[in-house]
Design a protein around this ligand. Structure first.
Ligand SMILES: *[C@@H]1O[C@H](CO)[C@@H](O)[C@H](O)[C@H]1NC(C)=O
Length: 448
């Protein structure tokens, strides 16, 4: 996928107060283009194109100064690829995030290609296209099915201009007039959840002119490291006021709601008691009537490390260096960063000792989590008593690094105790010797 920077050039008060337009720069993808991608060997050809969402959202929170009107090219050009999208009755959820993407300098991936509805003749009119729009950061991801509209040229004498590449009639303003007839979307295409927790993978769909009582199919697949397998398969329909469904679940603690699917277009998947093996790309495929398309939701399992030291107290007996280990327990995913800091008393800034530390290899537990230790040799001259030694661990599951700290003690109390005992003994022996000597002398003298 090629990342294209968003190009919201135009927002307009179309016809006064109807809504705002959004313009995205997009790529038309065609199969079998000999020119290929720059990565080499690509069987797809990309052509720059433009997607214009007409009246995308209400204008409640837009100030008129922000809005620049969309002007179609002055002279229609048969080589231009401008897809003009009408959203008849379809409300795209969170569509306003498309409007704000420009201000937030978010990136948008937009691709468009030909689409053939189920059972349709590929060459018949109206023609169909499928477009995927992904907004980085804000988390909106859309897959739209577009259907060409016959343009308003019925009474005009001149035949319409034909788009050179697609051989489809252009509107008088030089755009390919289409309407969105089906959309599968996710408002949260990337989800993070801890081991043992639950996750709801958001997926939904909207359809123009859906026929009451028709089957809606939903399939969720998990794709991980090249392997794919089905998680859930559902077929549901509303008959009278009842929703009937056939459901096949391939993972324990998994559910989707047939009622919500048929009535609200909510195709979300709930996964309970998450394990590391649940991580991956989930593909939500919704089919209704002649349309079927999909949306990807990424599930990341995260577990923050627990950080401990190998000892509870640290003191130097003499000039012998001591080894201190910092253990990071049971985290996921694999990447973890360990930093060592030391701050002697009366020193303003801690000093980094990370370069002198060594790492153990990762240990993987049966639940898929990892543990690792970092070791540092502490020399007494560099870490006098009162020094605060810190092990700082950064991990993607942590918003801020976790610290473990230890203060270097004065001489170990045990050593002081033995030194005291020895001193006492020496003093006592000296005293007794003196006493013995004096009494001995006295005795000796009396004997004489
Ligand atoms: C969709 O359904 C799920 C339950 O399957 C629920 O948790 C979620 O909130 C629903 N989403 C919306 C937007 O209603």
């Amino acid at each position: 996928m090629v990342m294209l920077t968003i190009l919201i050039v135009l927002l307009s008060w179309a016809y006064g107060l109807e809504g705002a337009d959004v313009v995205l720069s997009c790529s038309l993808i065609e199969e079998g283009g000999g020119m290929g991608g720059m990565m080499g060997g690509s069987m797809f050809k990309r052509t720059p194109s433009t997607l214009v969402f007409r009246d995308l959202v209400g204008n409640d929170d837009l100030s008129p100064e922000l809005v620049t009107p969309y002007n179609p090219p002055e002279t229609p050009n048969a080589d231009d690829l401008i897809f003009e999208l009408m959203l008849p009755s379809l409300q795209i959820p969170n569509a306003d995030s498309l409007l704000h993407a420009d201000c937030n300098e978010q990136e948008v991936v937009c691709e468009i290609s030909r689409y053939v509805p189920r059972g349709a003749d590929p060459d018949s009119l109206p023609a169909h296209f499928i477009s995927s729009v992904q907004l980085e950061g804000s988390g909106l991801s859309l897959t739209l099915v577009l259907q060409t509209l016959s343009s308003e040229t019925a009474e005009s004498y001149t035949p319409p201009l034909m788009q050179s590449k697609l051989n489809l009639p252009l509107s008088q303003s030089g755009t390919l007039l289409t309407e969105v007839v089906f959309v599968v979307f996710s408002r949260v295409p990337s989800v993070m959840a801890p081991i043992g927790g639950d996750a709801v993978l958001d997926c939904g769909f909207k359809q123009k002119d859906s026929i009451p009582g028709q089957d809606v199919t939903l399939e969720w697949r998990l794709q991980h490291r090249g392997n794919g397998h089905k998680i859930l398969d559902m077929k549901a329909r509303e008959i009278e006021t009842e929703v009937g469904s056939d459901v096949l679940v391939e993972r324990e603690g998994t559910s989707a709601e047939a009622d919500l699917l048929v009535r609200d277009g909510n195709a979300s998947l709930t996964l309970r008691r998450l394990k590391v093996t649940d991580e991956g790309r989930y593909i939500c495929t919704v089919g209704s009537g002649e349309f079927q398309t999909q949306q990807v939701v990424q599930l990341h399992i995260t577990q923050p490390p627990r950080v401990t030291f190998s000892v509870e107290k640290l003191a130097f007996q003499d000039n012998t260096p001591q080894k201190l280990s910092c253990h990071c327990h049971r985290y996921y995913p694999l990447d973890v960063q360990v930093e060592w800091l030391s701050q002697p008393p009366f020193v303003e800034e801690p000093v980094s000792f990370s370069k002198e530390s060594t790492l153990s290899s990762h240990q993987q537990h049966s639940d898929g989590t990892y543990s690792l230790s970092s070791h540092l040799i502490l020399r007494p001259d560099e870490h006098p008593p009162g020094t605060v030694v810190t092990c700082r661990v950064s991990h993607s599951a942590l918003d801020t690094p976790t610290n473990a700290s230890l203060t270097v003690d004065k001489l170990e109390p045990k050593t002081a105790f033995w030194t005291g005992i020895v001193l006492m003994l020496v003093i006592s022996v000296l005293f007794l010797y003196q006493a013995f000597k004096s009494t001995g002398e006295f005795h000796f003298l009396t004997l004489q």
